[in-house]
Design a protein around this ligand. Structure first.
Ligand SMILES: Cc1ncc(COP(=O)(O)O)c(C=O)c1O
Length: 385
């Protein structure tokens, strides 16, 4: 690429405007109900906002310690200890990040060298592959089983080579809502034992697991925890995606390398939000009741779609409901989403956007992190299909 007489080689030649931006813009233009991009359309607990205000008024407005406000790291460490039975040191093993996105990029930059291979399980969150490429690594794309989106350990095993530096997993899964079972975590643990492969475990939807099941954190499996960056997002958990605050928990030797990159990347994360979260998280209720909160929304939305010709895929966790559109239309996922937004007035995201090769199997994703009235409005519009 060149501009006037200045030439430039893009570091990310394949990256364009994301489908999320495209669909959100189309949704706004067509006045569609936006069930595309994954963010709540309702407010967070006012108590959390008050806690930020109090923190700012108390003078917490300057740089915090590089790894994060100690009180927040403590409360995260104790949450993980209670829920996942693994004791991380708040001092050396928990780092507060600018959302999960920065945590994942930083982990990759910290450990992936030029030419290293990193396995991603497709469909996957859209930042993973560009992050690997920025580090000079080679993304190795392994599909989750089409239709069920469960990990295929034979294919993962076949993708491991002496050059494999890391594997990235994501449960509960965006876009499919699949939640890894204990058995699947154990299978991964067995596969990685005796390898040098690191794990980046994207657990941003950890507090949204339905039907009485529980989240299986990599932290709970010693053979995984010893090699894992466990990543989470306060934005997802507390309905504040715009705050961009998350954390990474990792053994000291990994956290040490992580922090070297972190300190020259963002250095620190905004102070008042961290103090507010530290205070707010002393009460576990907001995150321990989140699964029930979202399960009710999932059930409302699924009931609304029950009479349509969409085939509802299981939704075990996260705030995404996938549907198979093949009974409704022969259009490709992307064209169907554009048609749905324009003609029916509901925006969704094509699953093909989460595959490097645009693999299309007529599955689209709706986000149900919305007010009940929004979900009801969308269901009424979709009920004609
Ligand atoms: C699977 C997954 N990982 C990471 C993120 C990013 O989280 P954050 O907003 O905390 O950066 C998202 C957000 O959509 C996501 O779905």
């Amino acid at each position: 690429m060149s501009y006037k007489n200045i030439s430039l080689t893009s570091k990310l030649p394949n990256v364009g405007t994301t489908i999320f931006t495209v669909m959100s813009a189309l949704a706004a233009e067509k006045n569609a109900v936006n069930l595309g991009q994954g963010f709540p359309d309702f407010d967070c607990d006012p108590e959390l906002v008050n806690a930020v205000t109090r923190a700012m008024q108390s003078g917490f407005n300057q740089y915090p310690p590089m790894a994060g406000v100690p009180a927040l790291r403590e409360v995260v460490a104790s949450k993980i200890s209670v829920l996942y039975a693994h004791d991380y040191s708040a001092m050396t093993e928990i780092t507060i990040t600018a959302g999960a996105t920065q945590a994942i990029l930083t982990a990759i930059l910290a450990v992936v060298h030029a030419g290293d291979e990193v396995i991603v399980l497709e469909p996957c969150y859209d930042s993973y592959v560009p992050n690997i490429e920025l580090a000079g690594g080679m993304p190795v794309r392994v599909p989750l089983t089409p239709g069920t989106f469960r990990p295929d350990f034979d294919r993962i095993a076949a993708a491991l080579t002496p050059k494999t530096r890391a594997i990235i997993i994501n449960s509960p899964h965006n876009p499919s809502g699949t939640v890894w079972t204990a058995l699947e975590m154990q299978q991964l643990e067995t596969l990685l034992t005796s390898t040098n492969v690191l794990l980046i475990s994207d657990e941003v939807y950890e507090h949204m697991v339905f039907d009485g099941h529980s989240h299986q954190s990599a932290a709970s499996y010693p053979g995984l925890a010893e090699r894992a960056f466990v990543v989470s997002s306060f934005g997802k958990t507390f309905h504040v995606t715009g705050w961009k605050v998350g954390y990474v928990a990792a053994p000291a030797f990994l956290s040490h390398e992580f922090r070297k990159v972190h300190q020259f990347n963002v250095f620190t994360v905004n102070t008042p939000m961290q103090h507010a979260l530290a205070h707010y998280m002393c009460n576990p209720a907001p995150y321990s009741t989140l699964s029930n909160f979202y399960q009710a929304k999932r059930d409302l939305f699924r009931a609304g779609l029950a009479q349509t010709r969409f085939k509802l895929l299981p939704c075990e966790g996260s705030y995404f409901q996938s549907v198979d559109t093949s009974e409704v239309s022969p259009l490709s996922e992307a064209d169907f989403c554009k048609w749905l937004t324009t003609e029916v007035g509901v925006a969704a995201i094509p699953t093909s956007a989460f595959y490097g090769d645009g693999f299309d199997h007529h599955v689209i994703r709706f986000c149900f992190a919305k007010k009940n009235e929004t979900l009801e409005k969308a269901s009424t519009r979709l009920s004609t299909l």
